[in-house]
Structure formats: C-alpha cells, structure tokens
Design a protein around this ligand. Sequence first.
Ligand code: GAL
Length: 815
Amino acid sequence: MKPITLCGLLLLSSISLQAQTRHEQSLNTWQFSRDSLHWQTVSVPHDWAISGPFDKKWDLQVVAIVQNGEKEKTEKSGRSGALPWIGEGYYATSLNVGDMSGQRYTLEFDGAMAEPTVYVNGHKAGFWAYGYSPFRLDITPFLHPGSNTLAVSLRNQPESSRWYPGAGLYRPVKLVTMPVVSIDPWATFLRTEKADSASATLAFDTQVKGATGQEGWAVEVSLLNPKGWVEQAAHASLDQEGRVHISLPVANPRLWSPETPHLYRVAVTLYQNGSVVDAFHMNTGIRTIAYSKERGFELNGQARKFKGVCLHHDLGPLGAALNKAALIRQVKALKDMGADAIRTSHNLPSQMQMEVYDSLGMMVMAESFDMWRYPKCKNGYAQYFDEWSERDLTHLVLSNRNHPSLVMYSIGNEIPEQGSREGRDIAGRLQDICHRYDSTRPVTQGMDRVDAALKSGFAQVMDIAGFNYRVHKYDGAISQLPKGFLLGSETASTVSSRGVYKFPVRFKVASEEADGQVNGYDTEWCSWSNLPEVDFMAMEDKSYTIGQFVWTGYDYLGEPTPYDNYWPSRSSYFGILDLAGLPKDRYYLYRSVWNTQEHTLHLLPHWTWPGRERQVTPVFVYTDYPEAELFVNGKSQGRRQKDKTLRGDGPLVSTPELAAERAKRYRLMWNDVKYEPGELRVVAYDASGRPAAEQTVRTAGRAAAIKLKADRSTLHADGADLSYITVSLVDKNGTELPTATDYIEVEVRGAGTFKAICNGDATSVEVFTEPHMHLFSGKLVVTVQAGNAIGDIDVVVKDKKAKLQNTIKLKVAGK
Ligand code: GAL
C-alpha cells in the first residue's frame, strides 16, 4: 500500500468521469393495482394504504397486549393505524436496457412492505420476507437488450404489526448497472481507526469477486475536499482472494459529530493493469466512538450521554412512503430541541434516513427486530425468525456500517425470550453476527423485564445493556452488569395531546376519558413508564447511565395508548411532537434541559378560556433559566425557583406524589392561578438574579384572518420536495385562536401539488390525502409537493364559516 500525495492530483482529478463506468437509475414510475385488474400510475416511494379511509375494521385485533400488563383479550381497533394496509398489492414497470455485454444488473430494494416477490420478464427473480430489510437481486440472467418488464407482488398479513407498517414499495427501488467485475459497496468497509484533531487514520477493506492481484487488479481510495480535489489517496493490489486493505492517513481532520456533521467525499476506483474498470463515490465522517465503565460513551474522546428519541418509520400523513424533505424537517426540529440521537425503532432504517442523519448530525441506534421466535402478534416476524434472522441482521450491518452516524446496533426490542437460557443464547448469536461484519460498533437491545433478563444472563451478554423504562431498577441492575454502564434504550412514554388542557391538573397514570385526548400539561404516563423528569434525573445523577432514547420523538400511526380500546383513535399520544410535526408543550420541557446552546422560555396553557373566569387554571413554565415571575394582567403571581435540592440518587419509582414533587426540579409551576381574560406574562431571571427574558400569552378574540407559515418557501424542482404550511386563525391583534376547530379547505395552484393535510388529532378519521380538514387545537399542517418544473405555487386556504381566505406563495427553483 502506497499513500499518494498531492503530486498524484492530476491523475486522480479525472475520477468523476471514471465513475460513469457504473450507473444507477431510480425506478420512480410504476403501475399499481390491488387486484391486478385495475391499474393506476404511481410514484415510488408509495404507500398504498395512507389515503384510507380510516376504519376500525382494518386489522381489528382482539388481543391482550401482554407487554402492557394486560391479561384479558379486548378489541384493539386502531392498533396498526386503522388504514387498509392488509392484503395484496402489485407493481409493474418497464426497464430499458442497452448493450448488455460486460455488464451486470442489480435491482436494489431498500425495503418493500411486505414479502416482496420480484419477477423479471415473467421469471421469478427473488423473494424477501421482512418488509424492512434492504435486499439486492442480480437480474442479469432474466434481462435482454431492449424493453423488459419488472413486476413486484406484495402481501401484508393481518395481525403482523404492533404499529402502522405502511404497504407497498414504500422505499426507493434502483437499478444499478455495473461491470461484471466490480466493487460491491456492501462488501466495502470504510471506517476511522483513530482520530484526533491533529491526525486520523482511515481503514478501508473490500473484496472484489472474480479478481486477483496477479491479474493486475488494484483499488484506489481518495479522500476529496468539498471542491472535489483529492486531499489524500492510497492504492493497493488485490490479494489472491480479491481482498484489499488500505490505510489512509489524514492530517488535520475535520471530525464528525452531531454539532459538526462534517462529511468527506471518498472516491473508490477499481483498476486492472492501470485502466479504470469500476468507480463510485461514498461519504465518510471521521470520528471515534468508545464505551467504558470509567467514561461511559465517548465521541471523539469527549464523554457525553445520548439525548435520543425513538422513531417509528412513518412520516405522519405521508404514511410510510419515504421522503427526504420530510426526514429533514423531522430531524431539524429534533436538533433544535437539543436531541442528538435516534433509535430506529423497531426495525432497519432506510438509506435515505441514514444519509440525512449523517449530513445533519444525529447519532443512530439501528434496530432490527421487535420479536424473535416467540410472537408478540399472531403473524409477526416470529414466523420468519429461524429462517431469515441471520440474513436480515447481516443486511442491517452491511448496508449501514459505512455511515458515521451509526453508533450501535440493536438486535431486538422487549424480546419475550429475555428470561430464558434460549433467549440468552440467541442474543449471543445475533450479537456475534453484528461483530462478524463490524467490530467497531457495540450491540444493544431494549429489555423490559429487568430482573428476568439479569437472572437468565441475557442482559450480561450484551455489549450495552439497554433497559426500557423501569428506571427504579437501574441501581439494582448496575451491580450485576459486567460492563459497568447502562443505557435507557426506551424512556418516558409520557402521553399528551397537543393544546388540550384538562382540569383539575393531576399527576397520574393516563386512562381513557370521554374525549379521546390526554392532558397537555404533561402530567400523565403509563403503568410501565414515567414523566420526563425521572429520566432527566437518571441521566444527571447516576454516573453509570450513558443516555436515553425517549418514546417517542414524533407521534406515529397506530398504538393509541391509553385509547387502545377506544374508537376512533388511531395514532399515538407518546410523541414530543404530534403527528403533524407540531411541537407539544413537552417539546419545550426537553429543550429546556437538552438544548444547551440556546435559551428556552415557554408558557402553558393558552390563555383563552371563556367560562373559566376566576377558576383555578395552573400555569407551567418550561425554561432553562432557574427562576421566573408570573403576571396575570400585570398582577404578580409570585416568583418561583427550580428546586435543585431534589436528587435522583435512589430508585426512581413513579407515583403521583413523587411525580408532582420531581417536576419542581425542571418546571416552574403556579398551581393556584385564577383565570381572567387578558395577558399572561412571565419574566425569567438568570443565575445572578437579573431579568433575562420574557414571554406573553394573550386571550384571543374573534377570528379576523387566516395565518399561514411555510417551513420553506423555495423548493427544488425534483417532483419530491415538500413545503409544510402551518395554518391557524388569528384575531385582529394577531393572537392565535388556540381552540379553533374550523373546517379548512385548500387549493394548490401552479408548479406544485397538494400532498397531505394533518392536524395531529389522534381521534380524527378525516383522511390525509383530501385537501380539507378541521383545525385541531387551532392548527393544522398542509404539505405541498414541488413538481418537476420551475415556477410559482399559490396555496389558497379558505375558512368558509368565518368567511376568511388567505394565500401563500412558494417558489419552485432549480434541482
Ligand atoms: C414499549 C415498546 C414500544 C411501545 C411502547 C409504548 O414497551 O417497546 O414499542 O409499545 O412500549 O409505551
């Protein structure tokens, strides 16, 4: 192996031309049918079920949810989203292929829901069982030059999921054309061996099938700077088995972290006797990770604790159909909250997700399974586990190990086998599979039966013992864990509905109420879970914890706890942000603790309560400042200080009394405020007692205008980019009407189309794909999609009842 320095620059700067030896084509346009009789043109990624209608009959499950402690079976109507995802679906498209000599053709699916069978020109080319797994098929033997037909049939079984899985070709499909002898990106592993701010060493390995060094085959790896110039390069000949190992020194590396997500572009080139045969580009981030008893988790030598969230894969009203703009919006809000990590619960992430996490800076726990051999639902993954788990896990590792954002694998979530010897053995075997292909990342899983998992040795096997909830068991567990640290792999499961406030405010385990909503004061949790304060304390006060992943960052379709038995209710209440992507108040509670770069000052509830005059209406403030004074119409309600004497050293059991007490460490609460219309104002004081910030909430009058706020006003003309427009009503002074439920109609004109609408109400059965919906707690979000041409978009929004209309203009610019 010889490092090439800058004098090799001229030779290497032609890499972008050489890369044309390989060609990737996204297969976006397909014909789709549910019955193979009636066909329509669709754009992939596509989710056939998201347009509804919502109905309790879809996937109606009569079950006891054992993980939730249920013993008796009851009817669970919205468990998997109450959308028509069950059954079969068919996709077809044509592939035009030129001269095939010397070429190989691979179809790449990043997942297909579910059980995809792929046919090329009528020949069965392959099958995959698990809907979340990426897989590739070499279809060269089935192709001929000219036009070819490609067909995919899918099948979704009832009772196969505990959440909304989506349906169809919901992730990208690509055709990759490459030379017969070529480099396989999945056989390629590029990683940081060591790094500090002065220097780093990257290690590169690959194996090329059908090539050896004796025949003159060699590989070159070049690190490019943002302008595309080669910063550093090295090459080496293949060995007898076609393998190559290259080590690449980098001076003054810019290290990757969530705060500085610096990526390097890397060119990989395969030569035979000096001629380029194959080439492609990949990204890498230079960073080190370490886990130890003494220092916990370290990124680039700095100890830190994961401020993570769990995410299911759906994108709210877009369903499971993957979209980059939607992912970016998701991550941006989480980063603003101060989060730095995502757990892809409970399944394999898409490549688009991983690319977004690499480039925006989110550390990732990439998960695989929600069950092994013992089913959590009748037709779940358990039926495939014995035959497929090794292949699925191998694909998890091979498809993701080149992403710098990936910091650990997860082999399971709340696996029923955790109390048994059999479970312990399976855990060891699955962990070994991860290690076989990637020795640089540790392996975890989320365990909920802490005592059983410790007794069977299941927890001790893991590189990282991850516990779901049961924070009161952490202290007892740590002395039995050989590694000396533990992870809150799933935390909180606090429940709330955005903008819904109920009185009297009580700290309690959530239960069903007539309106299908949960109190927005962030005071309710589940029998197995807790409020955010418990986890904040466990992270701050227990030195052996390495971080947490909150259940969940966003609300998701399905699992409407505590309304599992209630209709209509079809999406979760766990989210820190709602299904429309709007922050609940809880967002600011996390932000006040997690975002250490910017201040947070947030007041709740809203202050428009006709009929509550003189009634007790508690006011909470979420802020990073230690102290604040509250005023109602200028009258002081007193000055409050956070109670930092409250400690989380002992076992953190959750009772209503303890929850109310602990809240005083993180929330400022005025529990006796009497409502009078007007103005609620809070003034925050910094640590030295000086006024530092203030916030005011006012009583709203009658609706005078529609307010429209777009997250982005200029879109790319790529047929996929999105703008999210938040709609609300305001009075003549611009104060939002926080309880409005008006019916809103939308029309999109010009260079884009209406894509979806969502108000975050878990009990709504209004579909996401029709351009009208009621406001929920005064708001809804309209999603508009760019077309392929440059131009202007007018989004016209009407409220006929209030006789109001407003238009927002967006631009569609170049790609
Ligand atoms: C956990 C489970 C999650 C979700 C959550 C709700 O036990 O791992 O998938 O069901 O509970 O609180």
